[in-house]
Design a protein around this ligand. Structure first.
Ligand code: SF4
Length: 306
């Protein structure tokens, strides 16, 4: 059996940054540091940061007054910051800079009086954070959607969730432009989502089965699996070797493996060890390492007196 391993795969710059912010916060302030929402959508990463001294909560209301809280990489609505202020929390904002960019676009278009559409998945944490920035319509490509009725003099701006399917989103945008050709389109799908999907397409072309390693609530992992299935290859999303069904591998000689932007490489390697392939081939465009430095606001909080 041979394994075709996608490159790029795994942690993106936003995930690295978010995990680093929790680490630095625990070092500086001691345990516990609260994290609002899973720091990234991966249970093993959540487990790792909890072992360091973090406590994950879903709501700001669960954080004791005067504590330190890290807001997750997915971004948060303004109300969470207001609630944190009322509780005198020290907030370290680990929102990925590429999500912050979408928030800034929303605020800019709101100021300009434009109608905003967000192409995204309802209920996803990133969408909750982005829709909090301004009034906006959500178009969810999993639904049978129609564009709201806009007047001829109304200008619309279209933003997107960062972790969507590149292919499905371009179809959605085309459908919007068919009705509203003058719409401003900001395609916000991030570099990590895009290049991991490109590599998954290459994998699907070369293999009989694709395994995506990552969490079931990770948007970009789910999209990687969708990409492979659309190419006509069976694909499964598993957290690690414990979820691998050996029956899937029967009569298969070429297996593709990739992982989402929140999946630690050790999970990928443990699946490969379980499969024990004769040969491993690297597939995909490769990745120039992207690093985000600590955002200015986070640096300012870290530089305050304890
Ligand atoms: S997947 Fe993209 S938007 Fe999300 S944290 Fe990574 S780089 Fe940022």
């Amino acid at each position: 059996m041979e394994v075709y391993l996608a490159t790029p795969r795994g942690f993106c710059a936003g995930v690295d940054l978010a995990v680093d912010i929790v680490k630095i916060a625990v070092e500086k302030y001691g345990k516990p540091v609260y994290v609002k929402h899973q720091i990234v959508h991966n249970p093993k990463v959540v487990d790792d940061v909890e072992k360091m001294g973090a406590i994950t909560v879903e709501q700001v209301s669960e954080v004791p007054n005067n504590s330190v809280v890290v807001f997750s990489a997915h971004g948060s609505p303004p109300k969470d910051y207001e609630d944190a202020k009322k509780k005198n929390l020290r907030v370290l904002d680990a929102t990925c800079p590429l999500v912050t960019r979408v928030h800034n676009e929303a605020k800019k278009y709101k100021k300009e009086g434009k109608k905003i559409i967000l192409v995204g998945h309802k209920g996803h944490q990133e969408v909750i954070g982005t829709t909090g920035q301004s009034d906006m319509e959500i178009i969810d490509d999993r639904d049978d959607w129609v564009l709201p009725n806009y007047g001829n003099d109304e200008q619309i701006a279209v933003l997107t969730q960062t972790t969507l399917s590149v292919d499905d989103t371009s179809k959605t945008i085309k459908k919007i432009l068919d009705s509203k050709p003058d719409a401003i389109i900001r395609n916000d799908i991030c570099y990590a989502t895009t290049n991991r999907q490109q590599a998954a397409i290459e994998l699907a072309d070369l293999t009989e089965l694709v395994l995506v390693i990552g969490a079931s609530n990770s948007s970009n992992c789910n999209r990687l699996r969708d990409v492979a299935i659309k190419k006509g290859v069976p694909a499964y999303l598993i957290n690690g070797p414990e979820e691998l069904d050996m029956d899937w591998l029967k009569n298969v000689s070429k297996i593709g493996i990739t992982s989402g932007a929140s999946t630690p490489e050790k999970q990928v390697q443990s699946v490969i060890r379980t499969i024990n392939p004769k040969k491993i081939h690297n597939v995909g465009p490769g990745e120039r390492k992207t690093i985000f430095s600590l955002p200015k606001k986070v640096k300012e909080v870290f530089s305050e007196e304890k």
